[in-house]
Design a protein around this ligand. Structure first.
Ligand SMILES: [Zn+2]
Ligand SMILES: [Zn+2]
Length: 175
């Protein structure tokens, strides 16, 4: 018996080249990885979102096991890893929940057209079930924007007013 066979030197390209994009779930289908992969990184600025997304992608993301102390309200209300500020405080101060800076905050993905359509048809179905009078009342209230959920236009106006106020205040404080 000889060991000649094993002595052949390898030539040419390696058998397995990374042709596909890196996928962290390729060899790991655990529940934890799935959970982390499905996280929506919201309430932070674009840069912080990139950082957290990167950590998720390359499995560097370590979820919090216990809530962390918020740097604003000092309550143990931070439930997401890498965030410094709780959701309420970040919203209230209009800052990134990670770096705490007043930047453009990445909003959570809104409803997709599909989801919106299905909700709409659901609503239409419900309306059909209502007696005529109730349906009219509903439509009237909706038209008047008395439903907080559908009155997004009014909510937007309120928000922009608040923003300008805050801007003026901070300018005054500085000057
Ligand atoms: Zn807080
Ligand atoms: Zn940030």
């Amino acid at each position: 018996m000889s060991s000649q066979r094993g002595n052949v030197r390898k030539t040419g390209p390696p058998k397995h080249q990374n042709k596909k994009a890196f996928k962290n779930s390729l060899h790991d289908t655990s529940k934890k990885t799935k959970e982390i992969n499905s996280l929506e990184v919201t309430g932070v600025c674009a840069r912080c979102k990139d950082i957290i997304d990167w950590k998720i992608k390359y499995k560097k993301y370590k979820p919090l096991t216990v809530p962390k102390k918020c740097t604003k309200c000092e309550q143990k209300s931070v439930k997401r890893a890498y965030y410094m500020i709780c959701t309420d405080c970040a919203k209230h101060h209009g800052v990134c929940a990670k770096c705490g800076e007043k930047k453009d905050i990445v909003q959570g993905p809104g409803l997709s057209a599909e989801e919106e359509a299905s909700l709409n048809s659901q609503l239409q179905q419900e309306l059909k079930m209502l007696p005529e009078r109730k349906r009219r009342t509903f439509l009237r209230l909706q038209a008047e924007g008395k439903f907080s959920d559908s009155g997004s236009a009014a909510t937007f106006e309120d928000n922009s007013d608040q923003d300008t106020d805050e801007d003026c205040m901070s300018e005054n404080e500085i000057g």
